[in-house]
Design a binder for this molecule. Structure first.
Ligand code: C5P
Length: 231
């Protein structure tokens, strides 16, 4: 028993522009992926972790967390969703169909244990950590235009920003993701795959500090949060 965590960490981190995959950028002197895994390995009730890494990743075996018996690497795919699917294929051979699976970004090292407890306690079959929007959200006429032009303003009271972890039973997430990818649906997170399958995942309000390390300026912010959290 216990739940499993999937960590997609097979990306190349183009937006970071650092010349190496962002999951290996140093955070307080340790690779981002190492910091995130060390955090996950403290979560209560954890059964195991599947980490999707790229086939030419030579750094993973050097992380101290890779030697933890609960940590299992698999090779990822072309997109984040393909990497998660590879991890789900691995789990489907290993654990029962009703096992709870939490998918968590390697790029979110600061998630707090209270947020994990809230997500695990949510009654809905499928749930994700999210934040109600504090900024007003504009929908642009089309993507890539400079300057972008506003088509309309979305109703802020209904806007939530999706974070991770995102939680679902293994079989449900596995079939939803496989079918969404087969249809070519735009899957940007696990919840979106479940939505395409007709599910309505529960939005669990998390703390404000579950930052996703995306741009270079996020690194000092994440380091400051980690110093507060793990000091
Ligand atoms: O680039 P972005 O921040 O959206 O990536 C989110 C996560 O998905 C990262 O941890 C990245 O390593 C992972 N990813 C993956 N396989 C890919 C692309 C991204 O596991 N092919």
């Amino acid at each position: 028993s216990g739940y499993w965590v999937i960590v997609p960490a097979a990306g190349v981190g183009r937006r970071m522009g650092a010349g190496r995959p962002k999951q290996y950028l140093p955070l307080l002197g340790r690779p981002l992926l190492s910091v995130t895994l060390r955090n996950i390995l403290t979560w209560p009730g954890l059964a195991g972790v599947v980490v999707a890494i790229s086939a030419d990743d030579a750094d993973f075996p050097h992380l101290p967390e890779s030697r933890d018996a609960r940590v299992h690497p698999v090779h990822g795919g072309a997109e984040r969703a393909d990497s998660v699917l590879q991890a789900l294929n691995f789990l489907a051979e290993k654990v029962s169909a009703d096992t709870q699976v939490l998918v968590h970004d390697a790029a979110r090292p600061c998630v707090a244990i209270e947020d994990i407890e809230s997500l695990l306690a949510a009654e809905a079959a499928c749930a994700l950590l999210a934040r109600p929007a504090s900024d007003t959200v504009k929908l642009a006429q089309k993507s890539g235009d400079t300057p972008a032009r506003v088509e309309k303003t979305l109703e802020r009271a209904r806007i939530w920003l999706a974070q991770t972890p995102q939680r679902a039973p293994l079989a449900q997430l596995h079939s939803a993701l496989r079918e969404a990818l087969e249809r070519g649906d735009p899957v940007t997170d696990e919840a979106s795959a479940l939505e395409f399958a007709g599910q309505c995942p529960a939005l669990v309000a998390g703390r404000g500090d579950n930052l996703k390390v995306t741009h270079p300026e996020d690194i000092p912010l994440a380091e400051a949060l980690l110093r507060l959290r793990f000091a």
